[in-house]
Design a binder for this molecule. Structure first.
Ligand code: B12
Length: 217
């Protein structure tokens, strides 16, 4: 299959919630030596974005969303080991603790950011989704991370990004960590408002931002 066709098929596999096709196409991309960042950003991510639009228009319901989310995970399960193997840039950027905040189970975007950070040379400690705020701090302290990445997809849970910053401040740890926030409802304005160190709108931008943070102040 030519590249454009492959990217389009990836997109469709996610929209159709077809796990088998999603992972088979990912396998094909790996075998043919495609740029896997491009595969994720131009093949799979537009698919899940389209699913979001269909849900917003009332054309998709929860079962479709779940199938699409699973198809996305199936593709990432194939791509991730290869991304890690390639270590897109073999320089270690330091340690990052990442998770989706308490009360929020959305993890597709967070997983993408974690994979890209890992591929970008960071040592990533992924706490998963619906993570208690305490755990972010405990883990960061335990492993000696410099960066904490908080994902939130709900307007009701994004306030936990703010609470985490408050928690660090209360413990006298605020200056020890760079706190990066993201997820659909977050924005640069929100990051400024809550005193976060940075915001990025997608996984590629998140890696760039983390590099800047790791490199200096
Ligand atoms: C898939 C999906 C689900 C799946 C999640 C599966 C999974 N394992 O993640 C399921 C079906 C389980 C689900 C459940 C729910 N969902 Co939902 N879901 C979505 C949907 C369609 C797509 C989200 C997604 O994966 N996007 C694709 C990824 C790639 O994008 P992303 O997450 O934004 O991540 C990118 C960037 O934001 C950024 N990023 C992400 N995290 C971070 C972190 C950092 C530090 C940085 C720098 C960057 C960064 O990089 C990522 C990669 O490029 C959105 C619609 C939408 N427009 O977002 C609704 C949406 C988020 N869900 C919504 C709702 C309401 C719910 C439910 C409450 C529904 C219900 N009634 O039960 C539950 C939530 C339960 C809970 N407690 O969490 C609403 C939220 C509304 C709001 N304003 O709060 C949305 C917006 C849909 C809508 N318009 O109504 N959902």
């Amino acid at each position: 299959m030519i590249k454009e066709e492959l990217l389009r098929s990836m997109n469709e596999a996610i929209v159709n919630g077809d796990r088998t096709a999603a992972s088979a196409l990912a396998g094909e991309a790996v075998r043919s030596g495609m740029d896997l960042i491009e595969v994720i950003e131009k093949g799979y991510v537009p698919g899940i974005q389209k699913v979001g639009e269909l849900w917003e228009q009332g054309d998709y319901f929860l079962p479709e969303l779940i199938s699409s989310a699973e198809a996305m995970k199936a593709a990432m399960a194939v791509l991730e080991p290869e991304l890690n193997r390639q270590k897109i840039e073999a320089r270690t950027g330091g340690k990052v603790v990442i998770g989706t905040v308490e009360g929020d189970i959305h993890d597709i975007g967070k997983n993408l950011v974690a994979s890209m950070l890992q591929a970008g040379g960071f040592e990533v400690f992924d706490l998963g989704a619906d993570v208690k705020l305490e755990r972010f701090v405990e883990k960061a302290e335990a492993v000696g991370a410099r960066i904490i990445c908080l994902s939130a997809l709900l307007t009701t849970t994004m306030t936990n990004q703010k609470r985490l910053i408050g928690l660090l401040r209360d413990r006298g740890l605020r200056d020890k960590y760079k706190v990066l926030v993201g997820g659909a409802p977050a924005s640069r304005k929100w990051a400024d408002e809550i005193g976060a160190d940075g915001y990025a709108e997608n996984a590629v931008a998140a890696v760039k931002l983390a590099r800047t943070m790791a490199g200096g102040d």
